[in-house]
Ligand binder design. Structure first.
Ligand SMILES: [Zn+2]
Ligand SMILES: [Zn+2]
Ligand SMILES: [Zn+2]
Length: 160
């Protein structure tokens, strides 16, 4: 797999969605978790594009085609999807994006284009382990490390 999966503009996005839903079914079957209709709807909504969606964007989208879901049930569904590795949280934006990485072999760095808002995942390699051990050298034991980069994607850079 390509180390940095920036989705190409104009690609067949229905393929991304299909692939993600298939992965969701498999992940849930493997872990014995239930992909309830709400969890599935939330996943589809997050996966609508490669841009990050806030919880309230998701609520608005779901409210267009059905009853307005309660924020707490959306947050719970998002938590579940994160646990299954299907959705990532963009901490700096308090928003969520569907995983495009397939299998995770370690930590991922999220790359966020501040122009078009597209989000891609990059394999962090040893970078997170390196940060963790530097922190440990300072006597700090970390349990959560978030690495996010904001900048300009190749497509937006080309237009400039
Ligand atoms: Zn796509
Ligand atoms: Zn991912
Ligand atoms: Zn861009």
């Amino acid at each position: 797999m390509h180390p940095t999966a920036f989705p190409k503009p104009g690609h067949d996005h229905s393929h991304c969605t299909r692939e993600l839903l298939m992965r969701a079914e498999q992940a849930c079957a493997a872990s014995g978790a239930r992909l309830t209709p709400l969890r599935r709807k939330v996943l589809k909504s997050v996966a609508e594009s490669h841009h990050a969606s806030g919880a309230y964007d998701i609520i608005e989208r779901l409210a267009r085609t059905g009853p307005r879901p309660a924020p707490i049930s959306i947050y719970r569904a998002l938590e579940f999807l994160q646990d299954q590795g299907l959705v990532h949280k963009i901490e700096s934006r308090n928003a969520f994006v569907a995983c495009t990485h397939g299998e995770h072999n370690g930590d991922a760095v999220m790359l966020i284009c501040s122009d078009c808002g597209i989000v891609a995942e990059m394999d962090a390699g040893d970078a997170v382990a390196e940060l963790t051990s530097r922190a440990a050298a300072l006597g700090f034991s970390s349990n959560v490390t978030v690495v996010e980069m904001t900048g300009c994607c190749g497509e937006c850079g080309r237009d400039a």
